[in-house]
Ligand binder design. Structure first.
Ligand SMILES: [Zn+2]
Length: 330
């Protein structure tokens, strides 16, 4: 009898581990309509924070979420982490009072050179320090905010560590979270960030995070005013990570264009036949399902220069949405 109870207990715990799922959302500007692709309106932002509050989402510090997942601890249902990239002044003037009202923790990813040079529209270091003193996490977003995917390792290390040093000088915080400028990365980054003692790093690829995620390539859902209506926001908060293995090419910086992308669906709740993939590059994506559970993506044309994001989604029997975001840089 005892053995059976322990067995059932282990089964339940196993399920709880497997189910721990978190969503990270990201913003740039709030209430600055001059930049629609990196802005949400004050109304949208207010509505979204209100929704998280009213629906009892657990908005937790990003580092806490990651530490729990790394240790295979169970996360509460509806766990969300909030972040802002670049330290635009509207975050201080407009977003901060709304976040404070709900006691929502968040991370501000700072690229240090624009602040050192007092760029217009950015926070001052004094404002960043004021946020840090009130418990806001300050993350590393490089020195120059350059396109770093093709930079060599020595340059990357300098970008990461000099920014970390400036953040420490100005705020007293040791940044352990990194966000890739423009969401662009190469596979040089994860190894380097781990070596430099960082806890995690974030892309701008849509997806959900679980204990199996690569903690140095964590997806984060970018929100802007074109794609920030509340119904879409609600849907995105419910997505789960679509687990795949054997992804090729794993390196986002393309050696061959168009690439032939292939991966194996390793999620037991998803049938590979039910997966759909799409992109907005205009390169005519075609999904080949003749070798399931392996899926292959072909393109009729070369991917355009710059970033191409590919999204693959599937629905399980219970109606849950699973999502895999991929990034390639041509
Ligand atoms: Zn940025």
């Amino acid at each position: 009898m005892k053995k059976i109870i322990i067995f059932i207990l282990l089964l339940t715990m196993g399920e709880a581990f497997a189910d721990s799922n978190a969503i990270f959302i990201m913003y740039h500007r709030v209430g600055d309509a001059r930049y629609p692709t990196t802005n949400v309106t004050v109304e949208q932002f207010t509505e979204e924070m209100q929704y998280l509050h009213d629906q009892h989402y657990n908005v937790l510090p990003m580092a806490d979420i990651i530490t729990k997942l790394k240790h295979n601890e169970t996360l509460p249902d509806k766990t969300v982490g909030i972040s802002f990239d670049d330290a635009f002044d509207t975050i201080y003037t407009t977003a901060w009072p709304i976040l404070k009202k709900y006691h929502f923790p968040f991370t501000l990813f700072v690229a240090t050179e624009p602040l050192d040079k007092n760029f217009k529209g950015m926070m001052t270091w004094a404002q960043v320090k004021a946020l840090a003193e009130q418990g806001v996490t300050i993350g590393d977003h490089s020195v120059t905010h350059g396109h770093l995917a093709t930079a060599n390792v020595a340059t990357l290390e300098k970008e990461i560590m000099s920014a970390k040093e400036r953040i420490y000088q100005e705020t007293g915080q040791q940044a352990v979270l990194f966000a890739y400028p423009f969401g662009e990365y190469s596979l040089n980054f994860p190894k380097l960030l781990a070596k430099l003692g960082f806890l995690a790093a974030f892309t701008q690829i849509t997806g959900a995070v679980n204990a199996q995620s690569d903690f140095y390539l964590l997806p984060r859902i970018p929100l802007n005013q074109h794609y920030a209506d509340l119904s879409r926001f609600k849907q995105l908060l419910q997505i789960r990570a679509l687990r795949v293995s054997d992804l090729t090419p794993a390196e986002p910086v393309l050696q061959q264009n168009p690439p032939i992308i292939s991966f194996k669906i390793s999620d037991p709740t998803i049938t590979a036949q039910g997966v759909n993939c799409y992109d907005a590059s205009g390169a005519a994506l075609q999904l080949d399902k003749t070798h399931v559970p392996y899926l292959t993506i072909h393109f009729k044309k070369a991917l355009p220069s710059g970033r191409t994001r590919i999204n693959c989604t599937a629905v399980d029997k219970k109606g849950n949405w699973y999502w895999l975001g991929l990034l390639y840089i041509a």
